[in-house]
Ligand binder design. Structure first.
Ligand SMILES: C[S@@+](CC[C@H](N)C(=O)[O-])C[C@H]1O[C@@H](n2cnc3c(N)ncnc32)[C@H](O)[C@@H]1O
Length: 603
């Protein structure tokens, strides 16, 4: 059974501690070591075969360190300064000002609630334990536009429990808890369960409900939303929540309100296991919160002013905008994603940061290469295009001699400049309009925004391509559950990435560069992709990366009991890739970067 071994061990340990104390205490609550229960010390569930595979790759000690690190957030916020708008020094100054104001405000709030104590405000501010977070400029050469704001944790929280009375509490969903660990608040939809008789303004301990293994090997939360918690063993996941307390806060609604309302703040977190600075809506347009390996990925691509760069899997646009900034917004950055709403996110981010060199398209990156016909003209595949040669209503950027001609939008329609004739409405648009009249607006209209579709690009039409591939994301932190990935699903990710890479290879011109990156610790999506790339395309070679703060890649191969073989790196290649270890000294997410130089392609 998946993960069953660990659950059993945990249960046995807890039973032992129960039995060793039975004689001294009649209540189940008193049987627990409270400080052990109300703490943050999660262990991550993995699928057993995945765990075995990773242990073979890393060794059991290193994997257990990685696994532990994944359950915690990085203890700093990493900020990319938009140097086209402001300077690093100015941002640091503003952050310090904001922190000072916040500290003052918190101290004043504190004063208002303790006005029986006649202490000077300044004294309260200084003696307040509301620490400000140290702010640093990044010391890595070339990255002086990156600012770190330090957080802290894990902290011990003094939950409000007494010998025979557990604290009132709420259980939140895993996704909610992961966001809270990164500094977010608890919103109503994230709350799964709550103690009885909780009123607005009450202090509650916040823990997280993590999937548990069922009888048939499936994973389930096993908490019915709205269930009443008693603080005793009959509560859902009572034992499993040991070590899964993420802080405490004050309810913004009564218990009834929490389960009646569909949105809004549920618990205002006052005490957190990890205290990370929050930059929501702060210095908008001047800064962008981005993890360090992502910033380094854009640097490694080394885009130059005036170049044509493709970001194949671009949304929400973090790396796209980093690339455009490095190019000083001069050149052409084409950003592609297959999701309509995500393309809108790229538009919005580019606009927020004031970047004009970015054009975003909705496209399936697996169909990025558009083949020219024998005359060298663009092959049209749409039946409507064939039927109506006077107007070509397209939602595509057309590729003409390898150049992308962006479509222009007029009202509800998009025309190709070359064939613009008048306000015709195509059959497909009429069908769409009829559908909308019948069914109301679709989600694309609700989220407001039209995006340009693209049917692909000519081979060799880009100077550089970034393939920040969709992946298993097993490097993202904090993560409280990892057993959703099986060896089969990991292998599928690997195959998908190879198909994407095949497209990237065709789109880069000889002499160009491809950067491949993932946010996973899985060698099957990292080193194995590099092996595939170098063995399949002899004109590719690994290139040196600057800057370089990640560790070396994994050498060798892996053979599983079912005969599946994965080839990783060969000696000499390991120092040319960057592998970011989440348990390493830089406290980053798990991440991987490979840079390929594209030599002359065969005819
Ligand atoms: C790792 S995320 C990209 C993050 C982005 N590069 C950034 O730094 O902000 C992967 C993206 O790939 C997109 N994606 C997945 N399959 C795709 C496909 N076949 N074609 C285009 N985009 C795809 C997903 O929608 C997702 O936004």
């Amino acid at each position: 059974m998946k993960g069953g071994r660990r659950v059993l061990l945990k249960a046995i340990n807890i039973n032992r501690s129960f039995s060793s104390r039975t004689s001294s205490s009649p209540s189940p609550i008193l049987l627990m070591d409270q400080s052990e229960r109300y703490c943050y010390n999660p262990s991550l569930y993995w699928n057993n075969q995945v765990e075995e595979y990773f242990i073979k790759a890393y060794g059991s000690e290193a994997f257990s360190r990685i696994s532990k690190a994944l359950t915690r957030p990085s203890c700093y916020s990493c900020i990319r300064v938009n140097t086209l708008r402001t300077t690093t020094e100015s941002v640091i100054e503003k952050i310090l000002e904001i922190q000072h104001e916040k500290k003052l405000q918190d101290a004043l709030n504190n004063l208002n609630t303790n006005d029986d104590k006649p202490v000077e405000v300044s004294e309260r501010v200084n003696s307040s334990n509301l620490e400000t977070n140290p702010v640093f400029k990044c010391q890595i050469p070339g990255l002086d536009y990156v600012v770190f704001v330090k957080g802290s944790g894990p902290h011990d929280i003094h939950y409000d429990y007494q010998q025979d009375r557990p604290p009132k509490e709420v259980i939140v969903s895993r996704k909610c808890a992961e966001a809270v660990l990164r500094g977010a608040q608890v919103y109503v939809p994230g709350i799964l369960a709550c103690s009885a008789h909780v009123e607005k303004g009450e202090k509650v301990a916040v823990s997280v409900g993590v999937e548990q293994p069922g009888r048939n090997g499936e994973w389930a939360i096993g908490i019915t939303r709205g269930i009443v918690l008693q603080g005793v063993k009959t509560d859902p996941q009572y034992i499993e929540r040991d070590g899964l307390y993420i802080g405490q806060g004050v309810t913004m609604l009564s218990r009834a309100g929490i389960f009646r309302d569909l949105s809004g703040l549920g618990v205002d977190m006052t005490d957190r296991v990890f205290r990370l600075p929050s930059f929501n809506d702060v210095l908008k347009g001047d800064i962008f919160l981005q993890n360090l390996p992502s910033i380094i990925t854009a640097h490694v691509l080394d885009p130059q002013e005036g170049e044509k760069v493709l970001d194949m899997c671009a949304a929400p646009g973090g790396k796209t905008t980093a690339i455009a900034s490095l190019m000083k917004d001069k050149g052409e950055v084409i950003a592609v994603d297959r999701s309509h709403n995500k393309v809108l996110e790229i538009h919005n981010l580019a606009e927020e940061l004031g970047l004009n060199s970015i054009t975003a398209y909705k496209m399936d990156a697996l169909k990025s290469v558009r083949k020219n016909n024998l005359n060298g003209t663009v092959t049209q595949t749409s039946s409507e295009d064939k039927a109506n040669h006077t107007i070509q209503e397209v939602e595509v950027a057309c590729v003409v001699n390898g150049d992308i001609v962006p479509p222009t939008t007029e009202g509800n329609k998009i025309y190709n400049e070359d064939t613009r004739k008048g306000p015709y409405t195509s059959k497909s648009e009429l069908r769409k309009q009829n559908r909308r009249m019948k069914n109301g607006p679709g989600k694309n209209q609700l989220t407001g925004g039209r995006v340009n579709k693209c049917e692909g690009f000519s081979p060799n039409s880009f100077d550089r391509v970034l393939l920040d591939a969709p992946c298993s994301a097993l490097g993202l932190r904090p993560r409280l559950f990892a057993a959703e990935e099986t060896v089969e699903s990991l292998r599928r990710h690997g195959k998908y990435q190879q198909r994407m890479f095949d497209q990237a290879v065709q789109l880069v011109r000889p002499g160009g560069v491809i950067v491949y990156s993932t946010c996973t610790i899985n060698p099957g999506e990292n080193e194995a992709l590099v092996r595939y790339a170098l063995d399949t395309y002899k004109f590719l070679s690994l290139a040196q990366q600057h800057p370089r703060i990640g560790g070396p890649g994994l050498l060798g191969r892996y053979e599983s009991s079912d005969g599946y073989v994965e080839e990783w790196l060969k000696p000499g290649e390991e120092g040319l890739v960057q592998r970011f270890d989440p348990s390493g000294p830089h406290d980053t997410i798990g991440f991987f970067i490979a840079k390929f130089y594209v030599g002359p392609k065969e005819a």
